[in-house]
Write a new protein. Structure first.
Length: 405
């Protein structure tokens, strides 16, 4: 057996075992760091075992770094990789090669099978990696209206678009799942003409808004809104207008920052009930640019548009899958009880009559809080009601705002 291969593999495993938990010194003890730290302890044990003659440790040195390396490829494609991710992926695959070479020494048949398995694995992993990268590519939206600004923060910089007179009452616009602030272009322009000051926020992972982690909560997104208001030196309570996923962020903000909330306007106010499986599948297909356009158009039609309403090009593009993954994680990590009530703020809900995603969510919220929730139905509209019925949305929003200011 070639002991030099085994010894090099041992030293690399020991190095990996040390640098895995060392990430806590750089990134703290967040959950996404504690897992790799545990992996590092296992790698230390395997590295030490490779310095003994026991052959079982060679098999462990083949299997564990292989799993770790494949996991690293997934994080590089779908998560937010760090320098440690690339470093450990390199070590993992080198160790796999060294362990395989040591196991094959003196065993020609085993060596042939290991080489064949390695070729097949490289082909499958490489193909899967490329496919995943392609699937998660952004499908950029049209340009957003307004003046591009950035709210700087210690964790993430957040882009937003400011429009309208400086003295106008503040209306914060929060877009839908995996979508851009550009969805509000027509509404923002109309509100600006009416004298309101709009701040259309790009969620984390959309365009220039940074996405440092996939493991936030809805409170993370609410804090981003607060940072934007601070960047604009807004002192008066603001109007929060959230579409679909943005409705969750708006309600979380009102729960976390009640003193900064004047009222909520919610379009497609879902979140209490799970999305129907067939609609969830359609949303996934719509967001993936790798899916043929005809199939994506069918998916968008099913999930977002009322029957008979044409699917517009703006909803075939404007998708940010990695941002969507982070948003889904945030929703899953935040109990409904922490945000569902929307604090104590008064609420206007504009509910599409043919919403396949958040059917009856607004009616349920009004039934629970009848004294502070108003509900208005938007006929012949689905989940994309901003696009389908822009004038009805504008009239509903401005009519409501006129009663407040």
């Amino acid at each position: 057996m070639n002991t030099s291969y085994r010894r090099i593999a041992a030293y690399l495993m020991l190095l990996s075992g040390i640098t895995h938990p060392a990430q806590m010194l750089v990134y703290g003890t967040a959950p996404e760091i504690r897992g790799p730290a545990t992996t590092g302890m296992i790698f230390l044990l395997v590295g030490a075992g490779l310095l003994t003659p026991w052959r079982a440790f060679l098999w462990l040195a083949l299997a564990l770094p292989l799993a770790g390396g494949l996991g690293a490829l997934f994080r590089i494609a779908a998560d937010v990789p760090t320098a440690f991710t690339y470093f450990h992926a390199l070590i993992d695959f080198v160790v796999v090669g060294l362990a395989g070479a040591s196991l094959a020494e003196g065993h020609p048949t085993l060596g042939r099978w290991l080489r064949r398995a390695a070729i097949a694995l490289v082909a499958v992993a490489g193909g899967g990696f490329i496919l995943l990268l392609s699937a998660l590519r952004d499908n950029p939206a049209r340009p957003s209206v307004g003046e591009l600004r950035v709210a700087r923060g210690p964790e993430a910089d957040i882009e937003y678009y400011a429009g309208g007179p400086q003295t106008g009452h503040i209306v914060v616009l929060l877009p839908s799942f995996a979508r851009s602030a550009a969805d509000f272009n027509e509404l923002a322009t109309a509100l600006n003409r009416d004298g309101y000051r709009t701040l259309a926020i790009q969620p984390r992972g959309v365009e220039g808004s940074e996405l440092p982690s996939m493991l936030g909560t809805l409170h993370t997104y609410a804090a981003d809104v607060d940072r934007v208001l601070a960047a604009e030196a807004v002192e008066e309570p603001a109007v929060l207008l959230g579409h679909a996923y943005g409705n969750r962020v708006a309600r979380t903000f009102a729960s976390d920052f009640p003193e900064r909330t004047r009222t909520l306007i919610l379009l497609a106010a879902g979140g209490a009930a799970p999305t129907p499986p067939e609609v969830g599948t359609a949303i996934l297909l719509a967001a993936l640019k790798i899916v043929p356009e005809a199939r994506r158009r069918e998916a968008v039609d099913l999930a977002f548009f009322a029957e008979g309403n044409p699917v517009t090009d703006d909803w075939l593009r404007g998708w940010y899958p990695r941002a969507g993954i982070a948003e889904q994680n945030a929703s899953s990590a935040t109990p409904y009880a922490e945000w569902g009530a929307g604090g104590e703020a008064p609420i206007l809900i504009l509910e599409a009559e043919e919403d396949a995603v958040a059917a009856h969510g607004g009616a349920q919220l009004q039934a629970k809080f009848p004294n502070r929730v108003q509900l208005r139905k938007i006929p012949n509209a689905g989940h994309a009601l901003l696009n389908e019925r822009p004038q009805r949305i504008h009239d509903g929003v401005t009519g409501y705002l006129a009663t407040l200011f």
